[in-house]
Design a binder for this molecule. Structure first.
Ligand code: SF4
Ligand code: SF4
Length: 226
């Protein structure tokens, strides 16, 4: 049977910058319908992997470079997930890649509230890849809050990583909350309607642009630790 270490090496070879693995059992608090086994009944483990955006692109004043790179990173994570799933299948291991961004199956029109089929930021946290900051983003110790997340569900029972507990948001830091122009962050969650209305715009030609990411820009942990 393939080991966690072998899978992490394959993910790294495919371009992942970090990879963690967690048993499906650790998702016991996932909402009904959003547990890994709601997607793939045979799922025993979840492989989570990261790509990061260069900090200078996040700090850029113009929204187009950030939007373009974010879309490419989502595609890149999907590519890694599909490739990794194929390699695992060729070794007799069942694997299902999870979309790195949309499509949302769950959508509450009134609240403009969407939920992916699996919460990737929670999966990253459970797989030991970082903490969930007050900006609601996954923050990796070394890659900071620049990370984008992909995942593959597998029927292999793999060794889990420990949950990360070696750093936290500074106790009194509220920079991300204060930076949000529409007060969409409350330290626990993001009010998606407020955030979406402000942060996603359509150009005259119909391209979607991420017009705000101040909660990422303002974070002193943006670049992570050396
Ligand atoms: S992306 Fe912008 S609008 Fe949305 S929570 Fe962050 S700062 Fe607020
Ligand atoms: S800005 Fe401060 S509180 Fe917000 S996520 Fe970053 S470290 Fe945490």
């Amino acid at each position: 049977m393939i080991s966690s270490k072998e899978i992490k090496n394959i993910a790294t070879d495919l371009g992942a910058e970090n990879c963690g693995i967690v048993s499906a059992e650790r998702f016991r608090d996932a909402p009904e319908g959003f547990h890994p086994q709601d997607i793939y009944r045979r799922c025993k483990s979840v492989i989570v992997f990261l790509k990061s955006m260069p900090a200078e692109i996040i700090l850029c004043d113009h929204p187009v470079p950030y939007s373009n790179v974010a879309n490419i990173l989502y595609s890149e994570l999907d590519r890694i997930g599909i490739k990794l799933s194929g390699i695992l299948e060729s070794k007799g291991v069942g694997a299902i890649p999870i979309p790195a961004d949309t499509p949302y199956e769950f959508w509450d029109e009134q609240r403009s509230h969407g939920m992916g089929i699996l919460s990737l930021r929670h999966a990253g946290y459970l797989a030991g890849l970082g903490i969930l900051g007050r900006n609601t983003l996954l923050m990796n110790k070394y890659l900071g809050s620049r990370v984008y997340i992909g995942a593959v569900l597998t029927d292999a029972a793999l060794e889990s990583d420990l949950i990360s507990n070696d750093f936290l948001c500074p106790r009194k830091c509220t920079l991300c909350l204060d930076s949000c122009p529409v007060k969409a962050l409350n330290g626990q969650t993001v009010i998606q309607r407020l955030c979406r209305e402000h942060s996603i715009i359509k150009t005259g030609r119909g391209f979607e642009i991420y017009n705000c990411h101040r909660c990422r820009q303002s974070c002193p942990h943006l670049k992570g630790h050396k």
